[in-house]
Design a protein around this ligand. Sequence first.
Ligand code: FCB
Length: 459
Amino acid sequence: MSDFPLFPPGFVLGAATASYQIEGAVREDGRGPSIWDTYSHTPGLVAGGDTGDVACDHYHRYPRDVALLRELGVGSYRFSVAWPRVVPDGTGPVNPKGLDFYSRLVDELLAAGIEPAVTLYHWDLPQALEDRGGWRVRETAERFAEYTAVVAGHLGDRVPRWITLNEPWCSAFLGYSVGRHAPGAREGRGALAAAHHLLVGHGLAVRALREAGVREVGVTINLDHNLPATGSPADLAAVVRADTQHNLVWTEPLLAGRYPATEEETWGELIADPDFRLDGDLELITQPLDFLGVNYYRPIVVADAPHREGDPARRVATDNRYEEVRLPGARHTAMDWPVVPGTLTDLLVRLKDRYGEALPPVYLTENGSAEDDEVGADGAVHDTDRVAYLRDHLSALREAMDAGVDVRGYYVWSLLDNFEWAYGYGRRFGIVRVDYATQARVPKDSYHWYRAMIAAQPG
Ligand code: FCB
């Protein structure tokens, strides 16, 4: 008997990364600036003043990284294409050298027997488009569709799985209301318009991908499993608001053809007369998908928190309308996130219960943990906490499948330690350690565990 969670034949076991977090080479071969270049170069915004200028130097070292994937035995690798590498100004001339990089990466993966899975937008918006309003304006959604058509036209014959957006919640709310992500805006209505335009951009990109004839089209959202801090009516109402803002804002239009019924009680007058929503948008957003990508890391314990009147940015920010409280008794990762694997099962079963047949097959497109890794005297990284985290979440995923949720695959976040957004290089999620001074890669125990687990699968 194997100690590893076992999955049906054909189940995809993969690993994930994102462009700005690993590539570096930000001024090379015609890449234009992105909002994350601007944000990370603004003093005080990213811990330690870290930037993605060099990151894991994956732009130059991708053959080594693909070799690590091959030795790991993954069936698929999820990476993102940097829009400003392909269309440096967000619109206008296409940069052949940018396309060529991804083309070479795809060929390298295929030669290693690994299916590429492309994310088209993992947060690195061309700065030129932000200067024209960013996701607050509809034009960005239209430009996104044009860029999608370019990438799909170039890679569509070789890449089977396509993800339009990664975690639009972060783009809209961390980017335009909390200000913890690029472009660092703190607005109310602007964030809600951004959320809508991201969905419109998704819909337009789905159309472009269908026209290009690619095999599988989906989108990745980060869903939260929100638990009330207490049974008080105020905390229960806070959970409804948290659920609306984190989950329903995406799943209702994407899967059910409607906006959340609870949006008014969540956002009040900020959502009144939403003139950014046009006739026909819902039909565009609710197109059939081949899969839903779900990113999941931790449950959120939600407590009521008062409005701060007169500050519309904070009215949609998670730190005002409700707050996250610490879960007593749970182990917490280096992100201070509680580890409760069974909540992944609950989340997926709830999703299935709510949407039934309208829920497409699911891929868990990200899951993993940041730990305070240390390099041992033997030169290895014995990350036993990460191994336990991965094992327990894979088991919880298997339980969701046993309970009837159609899950097709799992991607560990992340192949490499990398630039963890506002935390800079201070948080390590990789199953491979990166020594940023030398760019040496050291597979951690979790890499060896994942490799053995993949090898133990029946298919
Ligand atoms: C997700 C992001 C990913 C990574 C992980 C830890 O929100 O999609 O880029 O930062 O969190």
